[in-house]
Ligand binder design. Structure first.
Ligand SMILES: C[S@@+](CC[C@H](N)C(=O)[O-])C[C@H]1O[C@@H](n2cnc3c(N)ncnc32)[C@H](O)[C@@H]1O
Length: 264
């Protein structure tokens, strides 16, 4: 492993991001990575709180930069008829496809599904079946493009979710702003943006491989969202505990936000 001299953009993920190690290290159980304390339980609880009541629902939900993971859409899947997952890296999309098609050696999301079902009083096998039935596509995306799904044009979404992608994909605040603009354009008027991210993080590691992260503050993010005309409905933070003991990242806080695109 060498120190990073340049920001690890999407192209670096092809060939360097070990999808299976990522899930094993960060998502093999609801507690997540032991160095990240309550990070994952906080994220799952926030997503459950937003979606489980069924107040937010619709036809299409697009998750941008899913990685090899499906955790960001578990709580939403009962409430959106069609779900599109996406990522820049081929291996990540392939792992999701393997899971959707129940192929041998596919990733095991049962412990995470079980945890969400305990929060929501649901049956894990039913929820897994619903999720697999509702994910209609797993597409290549690049958040640096004006249309992240170019050359395809997706129909306007009722909800866009994204977790830990933009700060990993965008080397500076201008690119981040541009990427959030692209995500906003995927939404119908009045549509909902649900974002999970980290504040103050400069790197994270998957085994020995280090990846860059754009250091963000709550003010940075709120300013970008307001500049794009979105209203922020909630912004929840969990500050990192024992930051100096964290060997896999240096995040200061994990955040979860919900914002709405104005109705026309
Ligand atoms: C830290 S992972 C997050 C994965 C998952 N959403 C999660 O919450 O665990 C960052 C993801 O961003 C993806 N990524 C990096 N650059 C990208 C780009 N330009 N466009 C879309 N995705 C990108 C990577 O392939 C990787 O899957």
């Amino acid at each position: 492993m060498s120190e990073l001299t340049t920001f690890t953009e999407g192209e670096f993920y092809e060939g360097h991001f070990d999808s299976r190690a990522y899930v094993k290290n960060f998502y093999s159980c609801p507690r997540g990575h032991s160095d990240e304390k309550d990070f994952l339980t906080f994220v799952l609880k926030c997503l459950s709180r937003v979606f489980s009541a069924g107040e937010h629902k619709g036809k299409l939900l697009i998750d941008v930069g899913s990685g090899p993971s499906i955790h960001s859409v578990i709580s939403a899947c009962d409430h959106y008829e069609e779900i599109v997952l996406s990522d820049f890296a081929n291996d990540n999309r392939r792992e999701i496809e393997k899971w959707l098609n129940n192929l041998e050696g596919s990733l095991d999301w049962k412990p995470i599904l079980q945890h969400v079902c305990e929060l929501e009083g649901k049956s894990p096998s039913d929820l897994e079946a619903t999720l697999k039935q509702r994910v209609k596509k797993v597409l290549k995306c690049d958040v640096r493009l004006e249309n992240p799904f170019s050359p395809h044009t997706l129909e306007p979404a009722d909800c866009v979710t994204t977790s830990l992608c933009l700060e990993a994909a965008c080397k500076d605040i201008q690119t981040y702003c541009h990427a959030l603009h692209g995500l906003t354009k995927l939404l119908r008027p009045g549509g909902l943006l649900v974002m999970i991210g980290v504040l103050g993080e400069s790197f994270y590691k998957v085994d020995d491989q280090r990846f860059s992260c754009l250091r963000l503050s709550q003010d940075n993010i709120e300013e970008v969202l307001r500049g794009l005309g979105l209203s922020i409905l909630e912004f929840n933070l969990l500050p990192a505990e024992n930051r100096k003991d964290n060997t896999v990242s240096d995040f200061e806080a994990v955040f979860h936000l919900v914002a709405r695109k104005p109705s026309e």
